[in-house]
Design a protein around this ligand. Sequence first.
Ligand code: ADP
Length: 674
Amino acid sequence: MGELTRAFDWSKTSLGSPEVWSQSCLTSVYIMLTSKFPSLVFWGKELVTFYNDAFRPSLGNEGKHPSSLGQPGHISWAESWPVIGPMIHNIMAGGDAVWFEDQKLPIYREGRMGYAYWTYCFSPILDDDGSIGGLLVTCTETTRGVESLIQLGESESRFSNLVREANVGIVVLTGEEKKVEIANDGYARIIGFHAEQLLGKPIFDMIPAAKEVFEPVIDNVRNTEEIMYLYNAPYSVADENGNPKEGFVNLIYQPYREKDGSVTGVIVLAQDTTEQVLISQELNRQYEKEQKLNEELASINEELSAANEEMLIIQDDILSANARLTDSEERLRLTIESSNLGSCYMNMATREFIASPRMKELYGFYANEDMGFNDAVSLIADEYREMVLKAIDASLNQHQFYEVEYPVIGYHDKMLRWIKATGKIFDSDKSNAGIFFGTVEDITERKRDEQRKSDFIAMVSHEMKTPLTSMSGFIQLLQLEAVNIGNTFITSMSDKAARQVNKMTGMINGFLNVSRLESGKLTINKARFDLAQLIKDAEEESLSLYSTHRIIFHPAERIFVNADRDKMASVINNLVSNAVKYSAPGTAIHIVCIQENGMAQLSVSDEGAGIRKEDIPKLFDRYYRVEDQAMKAVSGFGIGLYLSCEIVHHHGGTIWVTSEVGEGSTFYFTIPID
Ligand code: ADP
């Protein structure tokens, strides 16, 4: 700048060339130029500008250097003259020196307008004559320092804003007592306070409930100077109103260092994770639930597929059973149709009753019209209805085979038809009510035949009774006469004739009894007598009648009964005569009479051929005889057991048989003891 100043053509300025400058001016310029401190001198009325090397950098390039040298102040510093001009003029007019620190002034440099900060002093310089000749400006540009301070300030406030507004809670705790140095709302919110309420206070005074858990962590970070992390730590505090507040928080503890590096506290970054934890707990619960459900589902699925398999097997069984069933059903239907049988079935669960067209026909209905169960029952002849219903009931409830014969009066045609009905309840398993399946057969013709037979037998028996009685009388006379004349041949012949007549009388009486029974004229003449005595009589009679078998009458105690003596005798005789007829000569027959449950019970056992199971239920039916080659040789009409059964029933007793084929049979009957 010394060089430039020397070379400058001062003659063109208001100062003129240096030869005319005052000593004071020269000295001031000299001091200024040699100073290492940035300085300027404004001299003379125009305040012509001088500046030194130290000031030179502040002028930059493409600005005031070197043009401002030698220029009047209001030109060289035109942009800041409105500020500094008045101060300078004031000093020139005798005012005090001024000093400014970091004053912001506009400046043109680097080809553009900008600002610069200055710390400067304007001080007056006396001229040789004692007046104020100029001004010394000592100044430093503080732009960089000020700007960095400003930046720092800005970044500080940005930082504090950041801290304040951060979603993350931040608190700085210092000293042994963990005083809150800095705290943001984020942190305060977590513990239920406002940030201002916390500042300057020991943190655990505010949240004593958290002290036990968190204070050791803070101490540890301070002592070890190591960062610590806590994830989803549960916390429990009381908020500013004393209400409990619980939750979860992520925490980062960092040592808080002073400039010198010493640790004086702990910075805590806290993030409330309550919501996330609750959500994730809920999710976990849901997941566990889902897992459980899945497991349950899997086991149900397993069960299902096992059940499915079972079902498939059952289905197969049903299909094949169905196939068999439809097959056998079809066969059954064909059999029934071809045999001219009517059929019906009743679903016991739904009470649905379906009758075949043939059955409807037998009951006097048209084939295409409906016939219900009650219709069928109402058409049964009055005196038979109860018996039929009882039989149906026994079949349904005791699962017995059902077989009854009864007359019905046709619904439309009012014709009397005899029906033989059979049936059985079918139930594949006990849990369902089953299906009753029945057949009905028209037996009117058979019944008429039987009736004709009965009528004929009754008529013949009746007609034979008188001649037989006469014959019996004549034979008795013949017997007496034969004894009288001592003719043994005639005696034996007349005895044989008497036996045959007796047999015949018995037979005729049987037929007459049957016809009496049918017409309801069978009379029972009851009287009190000793059954043991009757048995004794029967023993005597049988001894005279049968010589082929060992007939053993076991001794009986006296048992008084109130009964028809003759008819009881006929029952016993019939059982003994059957035993003789149906067992081989030489075998034994036992007749036993005992008391049992207030009843007199008589049994006749033989060692004969026995009776097949299927024949037993029909044995006591009228005219029933077992169809057997061996039986054919034995004469009989099948009325003995029928009559016996009726007689026993008329006395309020029961009759039954037990038998093994090839081993013999035992017939029992009971009547009440008097
Ligand atoms: P019948 O006149 O044919 O003997 P019953 O009514 O007395 O008539 O007997 C009916 C049928 O019962 C007989 O035809 C016979 O087949 C059978 N029966 C009766 N008693 C016996 C017996 N003790 N052993 C074997 N079968 C018998």
